[in-house]
Design a protein around this ligand. Structure first.
Ligand SMILES: NC(=O)c1ccc[n+]([C@@H]2O[C@H](COP(=O)([O-])OP(=O)(O)OC[C@H]3O[C@@H](n4cnc5c(N)ncnc54)[C@H](O)[C@@H]3O)[C@@H](O)[C@H]2O)c1
Ligand SMILES: O[C@H]1[C@H](O)[C@@H](O)[C@H](O)[C@@H](O)[C@H]1O
Length: 345
């Protein structure tokens, strides 16, 4: 059986995901699309040569029996409503981050999914599918560096535009570290603090950039994360975990090494699409294979979406207070128990 996707939101990443599903991956096809911008939905069908129906909205798309899974790539504020309708209709869901824009919204999804009785939803936290992070996770699980004690990381973008607001440093950028790091060290967060170093002259007036975020986990691991979204030189993701017996570090992504004009150099990637293209492919293939062969997704869950939202809210509070803010999370329900990395395809 080929998995039939209905796509809600045919903007930038929606079209990228449609291309990967139809051109690169196996086991799935696009059977329906919708977008509030109907012209864009129609154009997507034409441009990408899809044999799919165009619907006026998500409710109409969900009524199509050929839609077995819904790909939610609309704007963040529209995610919750579509995901809840899809669960109600008993369809599988792949939703780009954020699961919902509020912690309460994420909890409504968690409750609806548990009521349904089995997992339907996967959230697009693709870093868990990046080969570098996966190697680090396996090394930590195999006790290669002993107990993790500290984490140092950096999330750098070359530049951001007018529409990038202060809270987006947490909710749009750091959100990837928020999801990846608790998964990586196998611990839950306890608190978050934001401090501001000297501001770069390259940042727009309304922004404070860079920012340093300190997260502490329940067992006492301290995580220092630099967010620097106008670093100028490239898209640069760094991470190292310091343990009792050694250190594991996220490998650099190889780029062409060159010798020219007296320089031995290599390039730095410039955008997240290139940096995480393999991770995006891996996460989708895993979603497709898990749904087809195991009957439910096994990647980042609604509960992970909820953790990210609660932590993100505390982070935005910490940006304003510049104090240590608590992160209060209930225990992970049995329904959402995490699998070890070797149990995941
Ligand atoms: N995982 C990642 O690294 C990553 C990267 C980029 C974007 N994203 C996420 O993907 C989502 C989309 O981002 P984008 O860059 O493609 O944005 P975009 O603005 O290019 O596209 C969003 C599309 O959704 C449509 N839309 C909005 N509300 C809708 C609704 N209710 N029903 C149907 N269509 C609707 C818009 O018309 C637009 O075409 C965002 O949530 C964003 O955070 C994730
Ligand atoms: O939406 C993007 C995307 O999630 C990138 O991975 C991140 O580096 C950017 O800061 C963010 O704005």
């Amino acid at each position: 059986m080929t998995l039939g996707f209905g796509v809600v939101g045919t903007g930038a990443i929606g079209r990228e995901h449609i291309k990967r599903i139809t051109k690169t991956l196996t086991g799935a096809d696009i059977v329906a699309v919708t977008d509030v911008n109907q012209e864009l939905a129609e154009k997507t069908i034409g441009d990408l040569d899809l044999n799919a129906n165009v619907y006026e909205d998500d409710s109409a798309l969900l009524q199509d029996d050929n839609v077995q899974a819904v790909l939610v790539t609309s704007w963040g504020p529209a995610h919750e409503s579509t995901v809840l309708k899809a669960i109600e209709a008993g369809k599988f869901v792949f939703v780009e981050k954020p699961l919902a824009t509020t912690a309460e919204g994420c909890m409504r999804i968690v409750e609806a999914e548990q009521k349904h009785g089995k997992r339907l939803v996967q959230v697009g936290f693709m870093r868990r599918y990046d080969n570098g992070y996966r190697q680090m996770k396996q090394a930590i699980e195999n006790n290669f560096i002993g107990e993790p004690l500290m984490v140092r990381c950096a999330h750098r973008n070359p530049e951001v535009g007018e529409r990038y607001t202060l809270d987006m440093a947490i909710l749009d950028t750091l959100i990837h570290e928020i999801d990846t790091l608790h998964w990586l060290v196998g611990d839950d967060y306890k608190s978050i603090q934001v401090t501001y170093p000297k501001k770069t002259s390259k940042a727009l007036e309304h922004l404070r950039d860079p920012q340093i975020v300190t997260l502490e986990t329940k067992s006492g691991i301290i995580i220092h994360a630099e967010i620097f979204v106008n670093c100028q030189f490239g898209y640069d993701i760094q991470c190292e975990v310091i343990g009792e017996e050694g250190i594991v570090k996220l490998p650099e992504v190889p780029t062409l090494e060159y010798r020219k004009d007296g320089v031995l150099g290599s390039g730095i990637l410039q955008d997240w699409q290139n940096r995480f293209n393999d991770a995006f492919n891996n996460e989708f293939q895993d979603f497709i294979d898990s749904v087809r062969h195991k009957g439910e997704p096994q990647g980042p869950s609604s509960w992970d979406g909820y953790i990210a939202a609660v932590t993100g809210d505390a982070g935005v509070k910490a940006q304003k207070s510049e104090k240590v803010e608590p992160i209060e999370l209930p225990d992970r329900p049995e329904f959402y128990q995490q699998k070890k990395s070797e149990e995941i395809v």
